[in-house]
Ligand binder design. Structure first.
Ligand code: F6P
Length: 324
């Protein structure tokens, strides 16, 4: 397969570093004399035929910008074969040989379905704050999101210590506790409640009481939004019912998705963007281009869609050990 024209898109929840990655894809493709089509609004843009040819200058001044200049979406229509058929037609009519999809799990699955049904080659680049994609140690946006959460936790700690309060801080991660665990270690939290571990409310309430007795004047418990015991508010209410001790709740929400990407995310995004273009140039496709143990790694699409990456359980134990 000779790839002369590629299309690039960002899809799913935005993540800091997506722009840096788009820039890397466009500039390296231009260096290889490929034609680049930018697709607006993710996979939905393929259905709508929302295409624009991009050159190296079109990605100037975005290396440091949060969000995505291409726009993004979670397309319901793309989940239907009818929607994908429309997309395939637009792709073929525009003379696009292969796609570069920057996004999370769902976006990658979309690329896989499109390839399965209509044979459109693609490479996936891991762009999500959740760090839950198989085939890469880190996703683009994760480092920035963790730093944003830690910055907020540091501020919450100031007021928690001053008022001797208990705080439940909710971070993102519908299916993964990766942000929660990392932010809890770096923020010195007492505990991290994550979807990968069943939360025992009685044990949680008892540990809060025990820590208070042991002399702790304040405590911060990080709750991943996907925890099985509920949201931070629900968990706080359940604990209150058991021990009559009211925790304050702070939901960090979408601030974790915005802001300038960290240097680490920018370097990762640049490196993987270049690798994606090189992969297509060498005739390979239908892989996730990730980073494993410091090296660029290609993982076949069929493996990525079958497997799920969980939060690092060793790190989860660090939280419990250090939060005593
Ligand atoms: O996939 C990234 C993510 O930020 C998750 O952590 C979160 O659950 C979800 O997106 C929220 O998505 P939205 O509010 O954009 O639908």
């Amino acid at each position: 397969m000779k790839v002369e024209t590629i299309a690039v898109l960002t899809s799913g929840g935005d993540a800091p570093g997506m722009n840096t990655c788009v820039r890397a894809v466009v500039r390296s493709a231009c260096a290889y004399k490929m034609k680049v089509i930018a697709v607006k609004n993710g996979l939905q843009g393929l259905i709508d035929g929302d295409f624009k040819e991009f050159g190296a200058r079109d990605v100037a001044g975005i290396v440091h910008k949060g969000g995505t200049i291409l726009g993004t979406a979670r397309s319901k229509e793309f989940r239907t074969k009818r929607g994908r058929k429309k997309a395939a037609k637009n792709i073929q009519n525009a003379g696009i040989d292969a796609l570069v999809i920057i996004g999370g799990d769902g976006s990658f699955r979309g690329g896989y379905e499109l390839n399965k049904d209509f044979g459109i080659p693609f490479v996936g680049l891991p762009g999500t704050i959740d760090n839950d994609m198989y085939g890469t140690d880190f996703t683009i946006g994760f480092d920035t999101a963790v730093n944003t959460a830690v910055d907020a936790i540091d501020k919450i700690r100031d007021t928690a210590e001053s008022h001797h309060r208990l705080f439940f801080v909710e971070v993102m991660g519908r299916h993964s506790g990766a942000i929660a665990v990392e932010a809890a270690i770096a923020g010195g939290a007492e505990l991290a409640l994550i979807p990968e571990v069943t939360t025992d409310i009685d044990a949680l309430a008892n540990s809060i009481v025990a820590q208070k007795k042991a002399g702790k004047k304040s405590a911060i418990i990080i709750v991943a939004e996907g925890d099985d015991a509920g949201s931070a508010t629900e968990i706080s209410d359940k604990v209150y019912k058991l021990i009559g001790f009211k925790g304050k709740v702070c939901v960090l929400g979408h601030i974790q998705r915005g802001g300038h990407p960290s240097a680490r995310d920018r370097v990762l995004a640049s490196r993987l963007g270049i690798a994606a273009v090189k992969t297509l140039k060498s005739g390979k496709s239908n892989v996730l281009v990730g980073e494993i143990k410091g090296d660029t790694a290609l993982t076949p699409v069929t493996t990525v869609v079958r497997k799920k990456k969980k939060a690092d359980m060793k790190k989860e134990r660090f939280v419990r050990l250090l939060g005593t």
